[in-house]
Design a protein around this ligand. Sequence first.
Ligand code: SF4
Length: 360
Amino acid sequence: MRWQGQRVDDVGEAALLPMKGLVRSVRAPEFEGVTFHEVAAKSALNKVPQNSNMPFKWTINPTRGCLHQCRYCFARKTHEYLDLDSGKDFDTQIVVKTNVVEVLRAEVSKPSWKREHVALGTNTDPYQRSEGRYGLMPGIIRALADSGTPFSILTKGPLLKRDLPLLVEAAKKVPVSVAVSLAIMDTELQQKVEPGTPDSRARLNLIRAITDAGLECNVMAMPILPWLTDSQDQLDRLHAALADAGAGWVTTGALHLRPGAREWFMQWLQAEYPKLVPKYRRLYRSSRGDFGSYADKDYKKWLGQQAAAARRRHGFLDRPPPAWRGRDSPEKASQTALSDRAEELPGLELSGQGGQPTLF
Ligand code: SF4
């Protein structure tokens, strides 16, 4: 292992206690300020809680925490279950299930495994930069495809290009769907709000590479940020670029501000756009009068209409193609999950027993 000998001891012992299976914590020079906590996971497949409306039953998250560091990330809350905070710790204390491939292979080879659809990228990004070092995704893709398990991947990471040949091979064996998340074309704003992510040009190139490889690439244009990325000009610019890159379907949705993400995002908004703070407070006021998780329903309706008009102007279908709407097969479920059920994604990993994340 490249980082042998780079063990660090200055991570508080108390902070590590909830990390079951911790093998070691390491730092690496090319990841300044980041600590990787390598754990031996007992399971790779996470069962989605029964009370969830998600159209798939299983997820895999090879990591917890995300180097993409999106200010609005809904998964931030999950770090609190490790006694880490949902802000800086989420961005820099990355838990890696280094044995995920081995464990997954054992799980999908059990006679009881029903080969139900598995979603990747629902809680943290499987192609964040750490994947370049740990290289877990090729083994995960092979394990799923070899076992006849259909799967979907959602990412902001151009590193997925590395695995395109594997994904093309996997798609010959099982239904595979790939989606890219891209909602901000303005590089300056994107770097402020998603500081660890590749810019729009890199992600558009990724979309093009996926379609050139013969796979359909759908786009999650989420979150749209009120007063920052929701003008007609901005939606036009985004949809024009996505159409040009060969995107299949585009799903648009307004920013969610659930606890965990809300505090972090609002701190950022206060620092960067203080005049917007009162406007956001009004827009996200709940029926109880406190700060809610969702934008006002009239705003969401308005945004939906604006997005539909932008899709039409740029040649996208007026509604998702049939494969995106069905619920009766795993592959259709996958596509649906990335489109009209997108609003539910944030709750996916938090609705387990006692509100504990279902990651481990
Ligand atoms: S890429 Fe996804 S998981 Fe990672 S910080 Fe951004 S929103 Fe969260």
